[in-house]
Design a protein around this ligand. Structure first.
Ligand code: NCD
Length: 350
């Protein structure tokens, strides 16, 4: 059964995923049949960072289910600028609505919010950490188009250091026996601890600096932009740009995905290639978010509390929510290889 909050895709069992996929497919085929499923319900969207697709697709999803939406797209229009804590904002807004979607630059922010909230919290992206509803969107698209998620050869290209969508999506694909090609400049390579986690989960991992080294082998190519707002510096390299001539060498059935927004990592003529699925991918994001919200709202919410910390440890990740929100201490959780912060998953040993 789905947990009461949706903070990380890895909490889904195979049965949860099958159920969500199935419901999302039914919604996708006939959205009107679900147009009063959430009548009387209110979604709160708290976006502390810019967003177009994620926020609008959450809002569209709730409106298509017959519910309503409150929230902010820009924290400067809220009491956050007056110094209000996350705790107080979440306590208040969760008392106004039935489900919350939160995007924040603070890693582990949605986990913290779930301790203060009286309604289900959905992680709509937290810093460079995770973006689990984008992952559902990506998995929905791949499964729908490729017919499976198992045993695929997947290329991730671009900013693998700070791109949260890559961090989120690689984990479930690793659990399903996929092979990865991580294509990036060395300065934007996948963090070592994440790579090790994927290998431990059974994935085969290859790293290269140009799409020319792997494009012929890929079933799926996942392109990403440089996350300048998180300190990543763009690298001008022809090998990292998807162009029509590279597409000509790729498999006839290769799927090209991108979480969007794209900047200049994909040449405009690629948009017209039938293998370029990013616009359809974003559309499917509404159906899978409708399915997720319906499932999260259908059972009683289990209220949690901030755990008492004896040790009062500090997380070494400067972007961890525990560095900003008073009263939160990062109790350790068992990670794939040693202890990590229960909020932002940063390894304690690093
Ligand atoms: C992504 C995000 O915000 O992490 N976009 C999205 O949610 N659709 C990717 C990005 O901003 O590069």
């Amino acid at each position: 059964m789905l947990p009461t909050d949706f903070l990380d895709e890895s909490v889904l069992t195979d049965a949860d995923w099958e159920d969500l996929y199935d419901l999302a497919r039914r919604i996708h085929r006939d959205p009107l049949a679900f147009s009063s499923e959430a009548q009387g319900k209110i979604l709160g969207t708290l976006f502390y960072e810019p967003s177009t697709r994620t926020r609008l697709s959450f809002e569209t999803a709730m409106l298509r289910l017959g519910g309503q939406v409150i929230g902010f797209a820009d924290p400067s229009s809220s009491s956050v600028t007056k110094g209000e804590t996350l705790k107080d904002t979440i306590k208040i807004v969760s008392s106004y609505c039935d489900i919350l979607a939160l995007r924040t630059p603070l890693e582990g922010g949605p986990h913290a919010a779930s301790l203060f909230s009286s309604v289900p919290v959905i992680n709509a992206g937290d810093g460079s950490h995770l973006h689990p509803t984008q992952t559902l969107t990506d998995l929905f698209c791949i499964r729908h188009r490729a017919g499976t998620l198992t045993g695929l050869t997947v290329g991730f290209c671009g900013d693998l250091l700070n791109g949260r969508t890559v961090h989120s999506l690689s984990a479930p694909l690793a659990r399903r026996g996929c092979t990865f090609y991580f294509v990036s400049a060395p300065s934007l390579a996948l963090p070592k601890h994440l790579k090790q986690q994927l290998v431990l989960a059974g994935a085969r991992v290859c790293e290269c600096e140009s799409l020319n080294d792997c494009i012929e082998k890929l079933d799926v190519l996942y392109m990403t932009r440089t996350q300048r707002e998180r300190g990543s510096e763009a690298v001008d390299s022809d090998g990292l740009r998807l162009t029509a001539d590279k597409m000509a060498r790729a498999r006839r059935e290769m799927l090209v995905l991108h979480p969007l927004p794209k900047v200049d990592e994909i040449a405009p003529e690629v948009d017209d290639d039938p293998r370029a699925l990013y616009f359809a991918q974003a559309k499917g994001g509404v159906s899978i978010r409708m399915a997720l919200m319906l499932r999260l709202m259908e059972r009683p919410y289990e209220q949690k509390r901030v755990p008492y910390s004896f040790e009062k440890r500090r997380c070494t990740n400067p972007r961890c929510v525990t560095a900003f929100e008073p009263g939160l201490y990062p109790d350790a959780e068992a990670g794939a290889f040693g202890e990590c912060c229960a909020y932002c998953s940063h390894p304690f040993a690093h």
